[in-house]
Unconditional design. Structure first.
Length: 73
C-alpha cells in the first residue's frame, strides 16, 4: 500500500534525510521518501500494515524533528 502525507514545520533538508533513513528502517516499510521542498512524506508498506507502521513513523519523526507534524488524513 502506498500513501502520501503532508508534513508541517519540517525545517531543514538534513532533518528530512534523517527522517527518511529512520523510516526506511521500520519493519514493514517497503520504501519511503521525505521531501523537504514539497513538505511531503511518501511511504509504501506491506499490505494491511499502514496504521501500525505510521504509529512508528510518527515516533521516529518526533525524535528527529520534534516540531514537525504529519497530517494523518
Amino acid at each position: 500500500m502506498r500513501k502520501s502525507y503532508k508534513l508541517i514545520d519540517l525545517d531543514c533538508a538534513n532533518c528530512a534525510a534523517k527522517m527518511e533513513d529512520g523510516i526506511r528502517r521500520i519493519d514493514g516499510v517497503l520504501s519511503a521518501t521525505v521531501s523537504f521542498m514539497s513538505q511531503k512524506l511518501t511511504i509504501e508498506t506491506e499490505d494491511g500494515r499502514m496504521d501500525e507502521v505510521m504509529q512508528e513513523v510518527v515516533r521516529v519523526c518526533k525524535k528527529v524533528e520534534p516540531d514537525c507534524q504529519i497530517v494523518l488524513r
